[in-house]
Design a protein around this ligand. Structure first.
Ligand code: HEC
Ligand code: HEC
Length: 322
């Protein structure tokens, strides 16, 4: 009798365990999927931003300037090594884009999310070194934390590439270049404006996309903010020279006479590989047009909407100097 009770008890326990597990499974399955879905969404947002808005992967990969607008060379994503120097942009020294792939030795494989966040928003590397502000942490310092975390989640999915990047050489002390006091200590309170407000959202995107760094003239190495977006910055890539355009709404020398369609077309035509897979010779551009072309129509329209609201400045630029 006792044996029977024990067997029955075990059976009941076993059945209820199976039942419990089944119920639990039914309940937890959608939860697991929801979590996987949200991780997928976060990585997809990061992939979109890092490739098409914040041009992380233009600077941190190799670009092929034998084609129009120097598209990223597949397989080099995040490996670093691109050189920024005096000749290219008048930089006081030579700075190399770092390896941001998950390679543990030469990339950021061993970094925590907080360490990456600090590097990209405060300009402080894992080992405490100050980064040169060619790395646009001044801009990323104003991005919403969730966008920044999605970029970090995405760059962790890049293929690890072993590539030791050379050490930079500056002709000025880094403390002269570090914009420390201008940086917010924390990105926790940064807001992403609603997309329903295209002008505000466009302003957010244009900051994230670092348009101003190339389109604002510099005086003695400092941006002249009284002439923001007036263009005229000179780039010497070697195989070609190009000056950035005036993108203020000035009608004679800027985008004043452009309409939304013309602005959109400057970008979206490069969604087709055929549009950039040719050697343009000396009429090439350093603007990462192929990457920006992947921005959604709405995001490009928001950028256009914001650019219509800024102060028109007269500055005639010869895009292709003789
Ligand atoms: C305009 C070019 C440019 C863009 C855009 C850019 N970076 Fe950088 N990044 C650099 C350069 C150059 C350095 C190295 C600076 C130095 O050596 O002082 C750097 C350094 C870094 C570092 C520090 C690595 C280390 O080993 O110290 C990280 C992390 C990083 N970038 C991530 C990013 C991410 C993520 C994005 C996009 C959100 C991004 N970068 C966009 C040029 C760029
Ligand atoms: C790496 C530097 C760089 C960045 C970043 C950059 N541009 Fe440019 N841009 C240039 C240069 C150089 C030119 C002139 C050559 C050309 O037309 O591509 C130019 C041209 C343009 C033109 C064409 C204007 C004309 O008169 O033909 C527009 C519009 C423009 N940029 C908008 C933007 C916007 C918007 C962003 C940010 C989403 C941006 N640029 C980011 C360098 C840059």
């Amino acid at each position: 009798m006792r044996k029977l009770i024990t067997v029955t008890a075990i059976l009941i326990a076993a059945i209820s365990a199976v039942y419990f597990m089944a119920c639990n499974n039914n309940k937890s399955e959608p939860q697991v999927n929801a979590r996987e879905d949200s991780i997928k969404n976060v990585i997809a947002r990061g992939e979109y931003l890092a490739n098409h808005v914040t041009p992380c992967l233009d600077c941190h990969s190799k670009r092929d300037f034998s084609k129009f607008a120097g598209p990223v060379i597949p397989g080099t994503e995040g490996m670093g090594g691109e050189v920024f120097d005096q000749k290219l942009i008048g930089l006081p020294g030579t700075v190399y884009a770092k390896n941001i792939t998950p390679d543990p030795e030469t990339g950021i494989g061993t970094w925590t999310d907080d360490e990456v966040l600090r590097a990209i928003t405060q300009g402080i590397s894992k080992n405490g070194d100050t980064l040169f502000p060619m790395m646009p942490y001044v801009n990323f310092n104003h991005m919403a934390k969730e966008d920044l975390l999605s970029i970090i989640a995405y760059i962790r999915t890049l293929k690890p590439v072993k590539n030791k990047v050379p050490v930079r050489h500056l002709m000025i002390p880094i403390s002269m270049a570090y914009p420390g006091p201008a940086l917010q200590k924390s990105v926790d309170d940064n807001m992403r404006p609603p997309e329903s407000d295209p002008v505000k959202y466009g302003e957010y995107l244009i900051n994230a996309a670092v348009c101003m760094d190339c389109h604002t003239p510099q005086v003695k190495g400092q941006f002249d903010f009284s002439r923001s977006f007036a263009g005229g910055s000179a780039f010497d890539v070697g195989s070609f020279k190009v000056n950035s355009a005036n993108i203020t709404p000035d009608s004679a020398t800027g985008l004043g006479a452009w309409n939304e369609e013309r602005f959109m077309n400057k970008f979206i035509q490069y969604r087709e590989e055929a549009a950039y897979s040719f050697d343009p010779g000396t009429q090439n551009t350093i603007m990462p047009l192929v990457s920006y072309a992947g921005m959604t129509d709405d995001d490009l329209k928001a950028i256009y909407a914001y650019l219509r609201t800024i102060k028109p400045l007269s500055n005639k630029v010869e895009k292709y100097p003789k």
